[in-house]
Design a protein around this ligand. Structure first.
Ligand code: AHR
Length: 346
C-alpha cells in the first residue's frame, strides 16, 4: 500500500516536472486558421507602448484575435500603470468576456483582481512577463520568453568573446541599464548579469533604470559617462535603451564596438525586433542581441482554441529564441550544460 502511494507520488512529481520543463506546447508554426464555432470575446490588457517590441506584440495580438478569425477583441493600453491594468481587468469582468489576456507590467500585485476573475469564471491567459501570485490556479496558463536564459546567454557571449581576446575579468568595466523594475524581463536579465559579474570577477560600475525606453537609455548612459571614464561594456536590457545609449556615447565623442582593447565601448542588448538596432548589429555598434520574440498573437490564439475544444494546455509555454551577432569569432555559447548556437548576422 505504502509502496503504491510512493509510486503514485513519484509519477505525479515526474508529470509536474515534465510539464514545467516542456519547452513549448504552442509551436512557432501556430497558424491563424481558426477552429472556433462561435465568436469569442477576449479582453486584452496590454501594459503600454514603451518599445518597438511592445508595438509589434500588440499588432501580433490584434491580428491573431481579429474578427476574421472569429474574435471580438477588447484592447486596453495600460499606459505603463498597473492601476490602469487592474481597472481594465475589472471592466472585462463586468463585461463578462470569455477570456482575459494579461500582459502584466510587473510581477506582483495581481492576486486580488485575478481572484475576482476566477470567481467570475473567466479564464486568464498571461502573456510575455509573469505574475507572482500565491495561488497559481488564479491564471490558466502563460506564454512568453525565458528571460533568465536570455540574460545568461548574453553574459556567456561577453565572457567567451572577451576570453577569446585575452581580456581578464577585472578589466571588464560594465554599466548596466535596466528595464522596468520588477518586470520579469528586468529580473531575469539582471540575474544573468549579476551572476556573471560574481562568477567572472567583472567590475560592475553602476546600474540605472532605463524603463525599456530610448529616452531613458540615453539619459542614464549620459549620466554614467559623466561619472566614469573607464566604461568598456554597456549591458542594456532592450534595444530601445541600446539605441539611446549609443546616441549618448557618440555624443560624448566615444566609439561603440566590440574592440574594447582599443578603446571601443561594447554594447549588448535584447529583443532583435527594431530595424535600427538590427542595422547597428550589422555595423558592429551593438555586439550581441538576445532575441526576445514578440509574436505571441498566434500562440495565444492556439491556447484559446485548445481551451475552447475542452482540452487543457500546458501551464507554462516557453518560446525558443536565438542570439544574434555580427562578430564572427563566437559561433555558440555555453550556458550550464547546454550549448546555444549564435545566429551570425551579416
Ligand atoms: O517583456 C519584454 C520586454 O518588454 C522587451 O524586451 C522590451 O523591449 C519590452 O518593453
Amino acid at each position: 500500500m505504502r509502496k503504491s502511494v510512493q509510486l503514485t507520488s513519484a509519477i505525479l512529481l515526474l508529470a509536474v516536472l515534465l510539464t514545467a520543463c516542456r519547452s513549448s506546447s504552442v509551436s512557432e508554426s501556430s497558424t491563424s486558421a481558426s477552429s472556433l464555432e462561435k465568436t469569442v470575446t477576449v479582453g486584452f490588457s496590454q501594459l503600454g507602448a514603451e518599445s518597438d517590441w511592445r508595438s509589434t506584440n500588440t499588432e501580433s495580438m490584434q491580428t491573431a484575435l481579429s474578427r476574421e478569425n472569429g474574435y471580438n477583441l477588447i484592447y486596453k493600453n495600460g499606459q505603463q500603470k498597473q492601476a490602469n491594468q487592474v481597472t481594465a481587468l475589472r471592466m472585462f469582468i463586468q463585461q463578462d468576456v470569455d477570456y482575459i489576456v494579461l500582459a502584466p507590467e510587473t510581477e506582483t500585485g495581481w492576486d486580488f483582481v485575478l481572484k475576482e476573475a476566477q470567481e467570475a469564471g473567466i479564464p486568464v491567459i498571461i502573456v510575455d512577463r509573469r505574475v507572482d501570485v500565491e495561488d497559481p490556479s488564479l491564471y490558466t496558463c502563460w506564454v512568453g520568453s525565458d528571460f533568465d536564459l536570455e540574460g545568461r546567454k548574453v553574459a556567456a557571449w561577453i565572457h567567451e568573446y572577451t576570453q577569446s581576446k585575452g581580456i581578464e575579468g577585472q578589466d571588464i568595466h560594465i554599466v548596466h541599464i535596466q528595464g522596468t523594475e520588477g518586470s520579469t524581463a528586468q529580473i531575469g536579465r539582471t540575474r544573468g548579469l549579476t551572476n556573471a559579474v560574481r562568477m567572472y570577477g567583472w567590475d560592475l560600475l553602476a546600474q540605472g533604470d532605463g524603463d525599456f525606453t530610448e529616452v531613458r537609455g540615453r539619459e542614464v548612459m549620459a549620466s554614467f559617462l559623466r561619472q566614469y571614464d573607464n566604461i568598456n561594456v554597456v549591458y542594456c536590457e532592450n534595444d530601445n535603451e541600446a539605441i539611446g545609449a549609443i546616441a549618448a556615447i557618440e555624443a560624448a565623442g566615444k566609439k561603440v564596438g566590440p574592440d574594447i582593447a582599443n578603446g571601443e565601448i561594447m554594447v549588448v542588448s535584447f529583443d532583435g525586433i527594431n530595424a535600427d538596432a538590427m542595422q547597428y548589429l550589422k555595423e558592429g555598434k551593438i555586439s550581441c542581441i538576445a532575441e526576445c520574440n514578440p509574436h505571441h498573437g498566434p500562440r495565444v490564439q492556439a491556447l484559446i482554441e485548445t481551451l475552447e475544444r475542452g482540452e487543457t494546455p500546458d501551464k507554462y509555454n516557453y518560446v525558443q529564441e536565438t542570439l544574434f551577432s555580427s562578430v564572427q569569432e563566437i559561433k555558440s555559447v555555453t550556458v550550464g550544460d547546454e550549448s546555444y548556437e549564435v545566429t551570425i548576422v551579416k
